[in-house]
Design a protein around this ligand. Structure first.
Ligand SMILES: [Fe+2]
Ligand SMILES: [Fe+2]
Length: 442
């Protein structure tokens, strides 16, 4: 048995770490909230840990340093992975400063334990994968059917929760009172299930609990989760709240990183997707225009942020996000239903926004027509003559964002990027808005 010691002060992070270490690497985890208690555990127990994961600092405690110093004194060679921002601690096996980059954590842990990709693939997973029941208290519905082991015949698993059906705490409490400690999902569903629970927990993290870099990762996960929820349950109180929280955060990022290159640098170093970078940079560019144009005001700021946030919400991944013409779409080697989704993503997003309470006036129309077609189906190179000023801001911001993302590593030559933009939109209504970008801070 691989027993890992996790020293983490944040219970939400502790929770999804345990789940991910179990599902990806088959690790069993013991936890401590402070290095102080972890050291006591190391001294008293006869348990051998083959990996220790510790947060750099917990409150005022220099947790990673304390643990590593202790191991040195005791001459114990257990590898230590340090997570969270903070300075490097000599003697650590690896340092993952953005602790929400789970992929890096899993890779490091696998390396420390000499677990290869082949080992992981060959690992025998039971047909029904166990999930500790407490994880069901952080979700309102499961993305797959959930089973419980039969109390008389343990080889039988009975369906207890339907896929995507909303359930409440009382159901989980009732199951717990039956003495149930674990529920089960089909082994084919386990990774998606764990990913979903992880997203839920990450999106519940508040700004004060995490570093600015971790906030970027948490918001990306949260927006991805929102997209999936909107597809599954539509516009509800839950999705409205989640959307509002994400809009506030993405708008605030523009204030945190007032320079385009700096924002881009953080988005890239935190390994965000093209889709997320596209939306975040667009909000940056569009807000710059609204804040510097004579008719701009706070209401228009709200409106443009809302439109940027929602326009591609129906898209799921980077391949989909990079399609810009019917021809490109045709050439893609994707299943028919996915191609149809890309084709109608503007229409789907517009329908969502129409149902959204107090959506800014006309937002749905701009979203529906954001690829140039009136009904939101497919892509057109031409925009009609009667597009509204806000729609022009949107179109310009999107094209400028494409130019920026194409040269993501910089340098960002503002004059050259604007020249490229001007070539795409020769009419004077567009040129006037492009003029405003001359003062953008790259
Ligand atoms: Fe877009
Ligand atoms: Fe789009």
């Amino acid at each position: 048995m691989n027993l890992t010691l996790l020293v983490e002060g944040n219970l939400k992070i502790e929770s999804f770490y345990m789940l991910n270490l179990s599902v990806w690497l088959g690790l069993e985890t013991m936890t401590c909230q402070k290095a102080e208690s972890a050291i006591k555990l190391l001294e008293s127990s006869h348990t051998d840990f083959n990996l220790i994961i510790v947060r750099s600092t917990i409150g005022k405690e220099e947790s990673a340093k304390l643990i590593i110093d202790h191991l040195k004194v005791k001459n114990i060679s257990t590898p230590v992975i340090v997570i969270g921002p903070g300075k490097e601690v000599a003697g650590s096996f690896a340092h993952i400063s953005n602790s929400l980059q789970l992929k890096s954590l899993i890779q490091s842990a696998a390396k420390a334990l000499h677990i290869t990709a082949k080992d992981m693939n060959e690992k025998i997973v039971p047909d029904y994968f166990p999930i500790p029941i407490n994880y069901f208290t952080v979700i309102k519905r499961s993305i797959c059917p959930v089973f419980a082991q039969d109390s008389t015949d343990p080889s039988l698993y009975n369906l207890r929760i339907d896929k995507l059906k909303t359930f409440d705490d009382s159901l989980i409490k009732a199951l717990m009172s039956e003495g149930i400690k674990r529920l089960y999902v089909d082994k084919m569903d386990r990774l998606e299930f764990v990913n979903n629970v992880t997203s839920e927990l990450m999106s519940q993290l508040e700004k004060e609990e995490i570093s600015p870099d971790e906030q970027i990762s948490a918001t990306e996960k949260s927006v991805e989760l929102l997209g999936k929820k909107l597809a599954a349950i539509g516009v509800t109180e839950e999705t409205i709240l989640l959307a509002k929280k994400n809009i506030v955060t993405m708008k605030a990022q523009v204030k945190t990183y007032p320079q385009l290159a700096k924002l881009m640098d953080r988005l890239l170093s935190n390994k965000t997707s093209y889709l997320y970078r596209h939306t975040q940079i667009m909000i940056f560019v569009a807000l710059h225009i609204i804040r510097h144009i004579d008719w701009g005001n706070p209401e228009q700021e709200e409106k443009i942020t809302f439109i940027c946030f929602f326009h591609d919400i129906a898209l799921e991944d980077d391949t989909q996000a990079q399609v810009h013409s019917n021809n490109e779409l045709k050439k893609l080697d994707l299943p028919v239903h996915e191609k149809q989704m890309i084709e109608k993503h503007a229409q789907v997003a517009a329908e969502i926004v129409q149902k959204f309470p107090h959506a800014p006036m006309g937002a749905d129309q701009i979203i529906r027509q954001h690829h140039g077609t009136l009904n939101g189906m497919g892509f057109s190179e031409h925009y009609g003559n009667n597009v509204s000023p806000v729609a022009i801001v949107f179109i310009v911001a999107e094209e400028f964002t494409r130019i920026v993302l194409r040269r993501e590593d910089g340098p960002f030559d503002r004059t050259e990027m604007i020249r490229e933009l001007r070539d795409s939109f020769p009419t004077s209504r567009f040129q006037k808005i492009i003029d405003v970008l001359q003062s953008i801070t790259v």
